[in-house]
Design a protein around this ligand. Structure first.
Ligand code: GRF
Length: 195
């Protein structure tokens, strides 16, 4: 079976991109990252990609601060198709994906979210969890549909919430699990995505 080709979209530091790359380099995930794209021109994720020779480019969001305009989604779909991506992994990508991109990659866009979905969709889910006083938090890898953090789940991991947790300590504990389950989730779904 050939190696699955991944495209990655991110807006921030790219620690989940790094986790995918580390798993590949360790021989734990048989995949290749063919393209990284970001809507934030100076995002660390682009630096990380370029540092290891992975093509990395900026998405032109036509001046919109939070919206992911259709033209930009077409650009991303075309670039990902040209790069030969089989699967698009969202890794801290802060804009909502809609039809133009999902239509070109149906059931082939996945995301990592820092909560036990369906609890706490949306921004800064670890803060929502701590504020809600739950005793258990975690993270979810899921398929992306047109909603916000609503697609079918692939894998989840739980972490405890301790009484003395701060936003930062809880987020760090969740992120450690993100880095473990994201490569695992890709490994799990890859065979079905390869012809
Ligand atoms: C992660 O917490 C992820 O769950 C969320 O955005 C954050 C991205 O972090 N979707 P990083 O850029 O991968 O470090």
């Amino acid at each position: 079976m050939r190696t699955i080709r991944l495209g990655v979209l991110g807006s921030g530091t790219g620690s989940n991109f790094q986790a995918l790359l580390d798993a590949i380099q360790a021989g734990e995930l048989h995949a290749e990252i063919v393209l990284v794209m970001s809507d934030v021109p100076n995002a660390r994720i682009l630096e990380r990609a370029r540092g290891v020779g992975i093509p990395a480019s900026v998405i032109d969001c036509r001046g919109y601060a939070t919206k992911f305009p259709e033209e930009a989604q077409h650009d991303v779909a075309a670039a990902m198709r040209d790069a030969g991506a089989d699967l698009i992994c969202l890794a801290g990508f802060m804009r909502l994906i809609k039809a133009p991109l999902l239509a070109v990659f149906p059931q082939r866009v996945i995301n990592i979210h820092p909560s036990l979905l369906p609890a706490f969709p949306g921004l800064e889910a670890w803060k929502q969890a701590l504020d809600a006083g739950v005793s258990e938090a975690g993270c979810t890898v899921h398929y992306v549909d047109a909603g916000m953090d609503t697609g079918p789940h692939i894998l989840q991991a739980k972490v405890p919430v301790y009484p003395d947790d701060t936003y930062a300590t809880l987020h760090a504990r969740i992120q450690a699990e993100e880095h473990r389950i994201y490569p695992e989730a890709v490994r799990h779904i890859a065979p079905a995505l390869l012809d």
